[in-house]
Design a protein around this ligand. Structure first.
Ligand SMILES: CCCCCCCCCCCC(=O)SCCNC(=O)CCNC(=O)[C@H](O)C(C)(C)COP(=O)(O)OP(=O)(O)OC[C@H]1O[C@@H](n2cnc3c(N)ncnc32)[C@H](O)[C@@H]1OP(=O)(O)O
Length: 217
């Protein structure tokens, strides 16, 4: 633990270029708008990570609060209907243009499986170096949801998502994530996923996804 005033050890957090591992190469090949939006969500995620690590003085807290409030006020008149929003809807971006869950960077994806990496920064810390137990199902829902919805399948919703925490999931490490289709029966699709820290199984999950009927919300 770092006391107030000391610099936290960033050596495990940053690459030699000074970038956080999960903040690099975030494009699958999007357009200029996507690239700009990606930069925005990267900056926001980076801010959240640094805020989570910091112990600012009262004066800085007040000044950051004012800056953030001003930015929020600037966005107020720009609110649009859900279908027209950008946040979380950019499938051409590795992050999907969102900061709610850590970026799941999928290197291999086919109709039945997906694998890649995930990196939980300090924002996702639960305690004692372990990722918050709520953030892990979030990532499983993200990868299983993407796989369930892949390859032109009708939109799916998660009916259940059962997670087993097998050992702590460490923050600030690049972890391996895998997901695969287990079975398909009419509208029901069962998928499983794992997160590993090298050869250590951190967590695993099973999800049931149901294909929505036309008009079903
Ligand atoms: C930009 C894009 C990015 C894309 C990338 C996006 C990534 C993120 C994806 C996130 C996805 C989500 O989190 S979605 C948000 C979280 N989930 C939800 O809010 C879902 C809330 N629940 C529902 O809406 C509903 O319960 C449904 C749709 C799941 C099911 O309702 P339904 O359509 O009426 O179907 P129903 O007849 O009840 O069930 C169909 C069959 O499934 C079985 N079944 C249903 N629920 C269960 C259950 N919990 N456990 C066992 N079995 C179940 C039934 O017994 C039945 O079996 P049988 O009798 O036929 O054998």
């Amino acid at each position: 633990m770092t006391s107030a005033g000391e610099q936290p050890d960033r050596t495990v957090l940053l690459t030699d270029t000074g970038e956080r591992p999960w903040r690099s190469a975030n494009l699958y090949g999007g357009d200029e708008y996507s690239a700009a939006y990606d930069e925005l969500t990267n900056a926001l995620g980076d801010f959240l990570d640094r805020l989570a690590e910091a112990r600012p003085e009262t004066e800085l807290i007040a000044s950051m609060t004012e800056s953030l409030s001003e930015l929020a006020r600037g966005l107020d008149p720009l609110a649009v209907a859900e279908r027209d929003r950008v946040f979380g809807r950019r499938t051409d971006l590795v992050s999907r243009g969102q900061t709610m869950s850590p970026t799941v960077d999928l290197a291999e994806v086919d109709d039945r499986s997906a694998s890649g990496t995930v990196y939980f920064g300090p924002y996702f810390l639960g305690g004692n170096g372990a990722v918050h137990g709520g953030a892990i199902p979030l990532v499983f829902d993200e990868i299983l949801g993407r796989l369930a919805n892949a390859s032109g399948r009708p939109p799916q919703r998660t009916a259940y998502l059962n997670t087993d925490f097998r050992s702590i999931t460490p923050v600030n490490r690049t972890l391996t994530i895998r997901a695969w289709l287990v079975s398909e029966d009419g509208r029901k699709r069962v998928l499983r996923a794992t997160i590993h820290d090298q050869d250590i199984l951190c967590a695993e999950a099973e999800g049931l996804f149901i294909a929505l009927r036309p008009g079903q919300p």
